[in-house]
Structure formats: C-alpha cells, structure tokens
Design a binder for this molecule. Structure first.
Ligand code: NAD
Ligand code: WQD
Length: 338
C-alpha cells in the first residue's frame, strides 16, 4: 500500500511525509519544485531514516502522472500541490485557476483511469469567507471568498464533492486548514518562503533574526480584545498528523467530507508577537500599519468534527509553535540554501 503525496516537497507536505513514514506508510512523492527545493526531501529521508521514490512531475502533466501510477500501487492521494500566495492570485488569476483547479481535474482524471479514487485535499479556512462568525463549523455556508486563491479552494471542494456524487466509489476528505505555523522539532525542516513573507509567523521570525527591520501589524482597531486580528494558529506537525488520520478515514469511507484542522483557540497578532518574544528571548520590533485588504477580524475553528471522525486533535501549544519556528529559523537563516 502506498500513498501518493503531491506537493510533498513543500512546507506542509514535507512534514506530512515524515509523519506518514513514522506511521509505517509507504509513500511516493511528486513535486514540480515551483515553490520548493530538493534539499527538503533529502532531510525528510535523513530524519525518517527511510527511502522513497520521488518524481519531478507537474500535476497538469497527465502522461507523467500515468507513469507514476503505473510504476506503483497507489491506494490514496494526499493532494498538497498548488499555488498559495493570496496577493499573487489577485495579479495572476488565470495562473491560479490553471495550476490549482485545472491541475486537480487532471489529477482526478488520471486517478479515476488508474482505479485510485481516494483523495485527501488541502483546503483552507478561507472558504468560510467573510460572512460567518467564529468558531467556524463545517456546515456553515462557504464561498464568500475575497480573492482568486480562496476561490480555487472553494471550486475544488465543489469539484471533488460532485465527483463523489457521480461515482459512489470516490472518497474525498476536504481538510480545511486554519493557520499552519511552526516547524519540525529537529529544526531540520520548516517553512522557506521566497522573498519577503506574506504570512505573519515567517515575518516575525525574519524580523527576530534581523533579516527584516520591523513587523507591520495590519490594523489595531478590529473588534477583538486588543484590536489586532485573531487567528487559529496550528503547529504544522499536528496538522501533518491530521493527514495520517485522514488517510485512515479515506480508506474506510466514501463520499466527500469537509473537516476543519485547527486548535479551536484564537490568538491575536500581539499575542503571537509576545509569545514569540517570551518563548525565545528575542526582540520583535513592530509598528502599527493600516488594515490589509481582505482580512477578517477573527477566524478560528470548531475542531469537534475532526475529533469525532478522525480521532484527532491538536496537541502542541503556542509556545511549541514559537520555539520550533525559531529553532528552524536560527539554525537555517537562509532556509534550504546553505
Ligand atoms: P508550499 O508552496 O510549501 O507547497 C506546495 C508544493 O506544491 C510546493 O512544493 C510546490 O513546488 C508544489 N507545486 C505547486 N504547483 C504544482 C504543480 N502544478 N505540480 C506539482 N507540484 C506543484 O505550500 P504549503 O504551505 O505546504 O501548502 C500546501 C497546500 O496547503 C497548498 O495547496 C496550500 O494552498 C494549502 N494550504 C496552505 C496553507 C498555509 O498557510 N500554508 C493554509 C491552507 C491551505
Ligand atoms: C495572520 C494575521 C494579518 C502579516 C492566510 C491566507 C489563508 C491561509 C493562511 C492558505 C492577520 C496579520 C500578517 C504581517 C500582520 N492560506 N499580519 N502583519 O491572512 O489569516 O491567512 O494564510 O490557505 O488563505 O489568507 O494569515 O499569516 O497572512 O495573517 O499584522 O506582516 O496577521 O493581518 O490578522 P491569514 P497571515
């Protein structure tokens, strides 16, 4: 039995590969290296002490995918491959619809052709959009998204749900991630963003190490306890372990199932800055800046469905997230470029 991991060289994919290998699964990884480097998988092999096949392959390349499925008996696919920069998606919507949506269609066509009908998909809390109050539950309405990236996630959830209706052999677990941060506790793998980070945690850690002068906090006048935005930050290793549970679920069930992966706890921007300073004994200078367009005040999960269906809940706390991020950042100041 083998699990195909698309985008397995990326931030969440590389951590999930380790957890799958530790749980005894065989894995096959594909990635086109658009946003990742071979060094990440070299370190996954080093940390796990296991070998596995890798193919440099684009999910839009049906012939390439057929070769992978022909060479291995794939029982389920964990589908991470996709573009994820919100701002870039506004500038290049067609690139995002092509890569994320059309790419997923090609992947599912080849899966159906090769008789593999179980997929675990990287969706996002962004599908809940702007209209729902937190805690966010899976049965709330989705689709009021604020950018093309979010729309690709909403569209793919719809495509996979339609597929499950059309053919009862399909199983699709739609994992809605909240805000993944942190790194493997070894400090050997972590998030390695290109250029200036868009997301809060990599920005904080690059300020702490002196690569960036100071953090801009986007708005301090939200309707939240301290006025800054509140999010549900989840340790990437907890998230990765949620995927191992989701594989077990997909192998035993059919149909489409959206499931939140979050902690259920909201932290403000200032909470996270203060937790990072306290956990690591470093300074994080900041300034208050205008709100960022498209941001909501508060976004955190109701994690009950993941507990009920997957038997999973997040175990690591915000201190673990801050400490592990800093270990990765300080031991690898240039990311995977040594
Ligand atoms: P990442 O960019 O680190 O990983 C994605 C990987 O997919 C990269 O290695 C990239 O090279 C690869 N890839 C992209 N397009 C491809 C293609 N056409 N063919 C083959 N490989 C391709 O991102 P991540 O943070 O690990 O996110 C993984 C998934 O989770 C993405 O789908 C993302 O949208 C989703 N997600 C991420 C977050 C987050 O905050 N990181 C939150 C919610 C959902
Ligand atoms: C968190 C908080 C910002 C940067 C994004 C995507 C979402 C998902 C996860 C993929 C907010 C504030 C941030 C900074 C700041 N990705 N902030 N200064 O926006 O919750 O979610 O990543 O699916 O789709 O939208 O995460 O880390 O960008 O922001 O003040 O320099 O930090 O305003 O309140 P977000 P984030």
């Amino acid at each position: 039995m083998a699990i195909l991991v698309t985008g397995g060289c990326g931030y969440i994919g590389s951590h999930t590969c380790i957890e799958l290998l530790d749980a005894g699964y065989e894995i096959v990884v594909i990635d086109n290296y658009y946003n990742s480097k071979p060094e990440a998988l070299r370190r996954v092999k080093e940390l796990s002490g296991k070998e596995f096949p890798f193919y440099e392959c684009d999910i839009r390349d049906a012939e390439g995918l057929r070769r992978v499925f022909s060479a291995h008996k794939i029982d389920a696919v964990i589908h991470f491959a996709g573009l994820k920069a919100v701002g870039e998606s506004v500038q290049k919507p067609l690139t995002y619809y092509d890569n994320n949506v059309a790419g997923t269609v090609v992947l599912c066509q080849v899966m159906a052709e090769m008789g593999c009908k179980r997929i675990i998909f990287s969706s996002s809390a962004t599908v809940y959009g702007t209209g729902n109050p937190s805690p966010l539950k899976e049965d709330m309405p989705t689709g009021a998204v604020t950018n093309p990236y979010g729309r690709t996630k909403f569209m793919i959830e719809g495509i996979l749900s339609d597929l499950c209706v059309s053919d009862p052999e399909w199983s699709a677990v739609l994992l809605r991630y909240f805000n993944p941060i942190g790194a493997h506790e070894s400090g050997r793998i972590g998030e390695d963003p290109n250029g200036i980070p868009n997301n809060l945690m990599p920005y904080i850690s690059q300020v702490a190490i002196g690569k960036l002068p100071k953090l801009s906090i986007f708005g301090d006048d939200y309707d939240t306890p301290d006025g800054t935005g509140v999010r549900d930050y989840i340790h990437v290793v907890d998230l990765a372990r949620g995927h191992v549970k989701a594989v077990g679920y997909a192998l035993a069930h059919t149909g489409a199932e959206p499931i939140n992966l979050g902690t259920g706890i909201g932290y403000s921007v200032l909470d996270l800055v203060n937790a990072f300073k306290a956990a690591n004994g470093v300074d994080v200078p900041y300034t208050i800046a205008p709100r960022r367009s498209g941001d909501v005040a508060t976004c955190y999960s109701d994690p009950a469905k993941a507990a009920a269906l997957l038997g999973w809940k997040a175990e690591k706390n915000v201190e673990d997230m801050c400490r592990d991020t800093w270990r990765w950042q300080s031991q690898n100041p240039k990311g995977y470029d040594e």
